[in-house]
Design a protein around this ligand. Structure first.
Ligand SMILES: [Zn+2]
Length: 192
């Protein structure tokens, strides 16, 4: 079991020490992200996949700025927008920030080949979870969907889009979810 990352950090102190942090974050602490990815608790397949968020961060200090570099990997569960079944979603986000006291209109700071997004020092501890949450939200896909080849709705989709006259196109394809297709077909042709 990994340690939890601290919610608030002193970026300058960690930077001067060239410290490194690694640990986990509870999705319950990231309220906004949680509302965006949360599953209805008792739906089919709920609990099949695990939710896990881990980050590794290293700190540095250069010419008045605290540099924060790291990687966040989040394993989340979302609803596939094609079949409405839960699906695992992995987000892999890079953190690259510079905290400095000097106010500037620039939005980034370049050190070597690396570009750091500038954060103005508020004089208070940095909200590390807020920073990570924002990065994860930004890397959420607009529409989450299983790859078509593994989506339970694939046969239904394939059938719906299949040209009517194309003999043999689908003859040898294995259809693990053909039951679902029949069910969908029935509900579609149900008289009103
Ligand atoms: Zn799907």
């Amino acid at each position: 079991m990994s340690d939890w990352l601290p919610k608030q950090i002193d970026a300058y102190k960690l930077g001067r020490k060239k410290a490194a942090l690694a640990g986990a974050i509870d999705l319950d602490s990231l309220h906004e992200l949680k509302t965006m990815v949360s599953m209805p608790g008792s739906g089919p397949g709920a609990g099949t996949y695990e939710t896990r968020i881990n980050a590794k961060i290293s700190f540095d200090y250069a010419r008045g700025a605290a540099l924060i570099q790291g990687q966040v990997i989040a394993d989340l569960v979302v609803l596939c927008q094609r079949c409405l079944q839960p699906m695992p979603l992995r987000l892999d986000s890079a953190l690259c920030f510079a905290v400095q006291t000097v106010s500037t209109t620039a939005t980034c700071l370049v050190r070597g080949t690396q570009e750091f997004e500038l954060l103005e020092d508020s004089g208070e501890e940095l909200d590390l979870y807020g920073l990570i949450e924002e990065e994860l939200i930004l890397s959420l896909p607009l529409v989450a969907r299983h790859a078509l080849s593994v989506c339970p709705a694939r046969d239904y989709i394939a059938q719906a889009h299949e040209p009517v006259t194309e003999p043999g196109a689908d003859e040898t394809t294995v259809k693990p979810f053909s039951g679902l297709k029949d069910r969908l077909r029935k509900s579609k042709t149900k008289p009103h």
